[in-house]
Design a protein around this ligand. Structure first.
Ligand code: SAH
Ligand code: SF4
Length: 447
């Protein structure tokens, strides 16, 4: 038996809250740390660097961060050598970074969403300093390309195509913490996606708060539909997804692109938020119930088999029983495949936080439960229609619920569990669906 005389490799742990953009930011932080010689660990206690990448879109997300920070106090006491960093959207909110510095003085580094590329320098400074290093930039600055990235999956990749948001929906904090809308040059995106294709990636998800505005302000003749046609030609990539599309400006050109591009998945995530025109107006969403319904109808008729998913907020200030019934009506009429549902959460700086007639928690929860029941019933009906059909599924790996099975998704985004005699991870397989549940399908390989 030899003895290990090597220096132990230093490790980092990252916890990420929030949306896929935060996930992609964490993949960049991982990439930078790996270039600095660190290795990733999933065990917090074993890490030399702990990073919390935060979200502030709803209060719950913030509370989780504070709870987790509190729990680090003892870890830091027993192991003062660890470096703790906190970053992400919460840091971009007025007063939060200062508050964290005061309440959790053991945090070594605080930085925001606009200076992620400066992380290697910041973490080095933090390691050499007795005090908390804090660098939060209000100004978005130029988009920085070429930051190393360590992606979680070897099959599916997240690709941010634009940053920020100009829409200012009255409930939403994103425009305040992620700044104004700005798009990456199409060539930079194309180069990244070509590289992903060469590296064996099969699926990409293009990210932006409102991908329909992609290209505005760029010095080239490009929009989101054109970008899709461009990426559809990239070798190796077999599936293209995107989110999110704002219903107010989803063009016919984009609908045609989704229909015509064979690699673009027949699935659209189209956030409804509310089915009541009155509430939509207060939300500053810029479409009516009828406009949403006719857009959904148009898309369904142009793109056969299209899956539509959505986001809905329950209990926006002033929401009456009638307003809520309008939401239930849209849910019924569109027949969403699935939805993310949220209780309205008042956010600092946003106009909705100060609107009169805030809805009490009990009413919010009751409406929420009714909505979820309806969505589940419709989701199951939709899934049952798959039984007996043969579908193509991109196998992503072992199923989380049953280790004897693989899991993957249809191009419409349905999760399918299935058995296979050999490792099919990363392959598109044909499956006959033999069972449907509310959240997933079961299938069997067909030759
Ligand atoms: N840009 C995306 C959404 C980003 S936030 C879009 O427009 O679709 C993701 C979702 O969080 C939103 O669609 C909304 O449903 C929800 N959300 C945002 N702010 C919220 C708040 N204050 N309370 C509850 N839900 C909220
Ligand atoms: Fe928030 Fe509206 Fe922008 Fe989406 S479009 S990020 S909900 S302000």
């Amino acid at each position: 038996m030899g003895c290990d005389t090597g220096v132990k490799q230093k490790r980092f742990f990252i916890e990420t809250w929030g949306c896929q953009m935060n996930e992609e930011d964490s993949e960049k932080l991982s990439g930078m740390l790996e270039s600095m010689g660190y290795a990733k660990t999933d065990i917090k206690k074993e890490a030399d660097i702990i990073i919390f990448n935060t979200c502030c879109v709803r209060e719950n997300a913030e509370l989780k961060v504070y709870g987790n920070l509190g729990a680090l106090k003892n870890l830091k006491k027993s192991n003062p050598g660890i470096t703790i960093a906190v970053c992400g959207c919460m840091m971009q909110q007025r007063g939060i970074a200062e508050n964290i510095k005061k309440r959790y003085p053991f945090v070594n580094l605080i930085f925001g969403t606009n200076n992620i590329h400066r992380f290697p320098e910041l973490i080095n400074n933090a390691m050499q300093s007795e005090n908390t290093i804090m660098e939060v930039e209000d100004d978005e600055g130029e988009i920085v390309e070429g930051v190393p990235i360590d992606r979680k999956s070897k099959i599916k990749a997240l690709v941010t195509i634009m940053y920020g948001c100009n829409n200012f929906c009255t409930y939403c904090v994103v425009p305040y913490v992620r700044g104004r809308e700005r798009s990456r040059k199409s060539k930079d995106i194309l180069d990244e996606v070509k590289k992903l294709g060469q590296d064996g990636y099969k699926e990409i998800t293009l990210l932006g708060q409102n991908v329909n505005s992609y290209g505005k302000g760029l010095d080239e003749d490009i929009n989101f539909a054109k970008l899709l046609y461009m990426l559809n030609d990239v070798d190796g990539i077999q599936r293209i997804r995107f989110m999110t599309s704002h219903p107010k400006d989803l063009s016919d050109e984009l609908i045609d692109a989704v229909k015509n591009c064979n690699k673009v998945c027949k699935h659209i995530h189209l956030p409804l938020q509310s089915g009541s025109t009155r509430i939509l107006k207060k939300m500053n969403r810029n479409y009516t119930k009828e406009e949403y319904l006719s857009l959904a109808d148009k898309m369904k008729s142009k793109i056969p088999g299209l899956a539509i998913t959505t986001d809905i907020i329950v209990g926006f200030p002033g929401e009456t029983e009638e307003d809520f019934e309008e939401t239930m009506d849209v849910v019924q009429r569109v027949g969403f495949d699935s939805a993310f549902t949220f209780l309205f959460s008042p956010r600092d700086k946003t106009p909705a936080a100060d609107m009169p007639d805030q809805i009490d928690d009990d009413t919010k929860h009751k409406r929420f439960n009714r909505l979820v029941d309806l969505l589940n019933t419709i989701g199951l009906q939709k899934n049952l229609k798959y039984v007996g059909r043969v579908v193509e599924v991109l196998a992503e790996g072992i199923s989380k619920n049953d280790e004897s099975k693989f899991m993957g998704r249809t191009d419409t985004g349905k999760l399918v569990n299935f058995k296979a005699g050999l490792d099919v991870t990363g392959k598109i397989v044909k499956l006959r669906i033999d069972e449907a549940q509310t959240w997933s399908l079961n299938g069997e390989l067909v030759d």
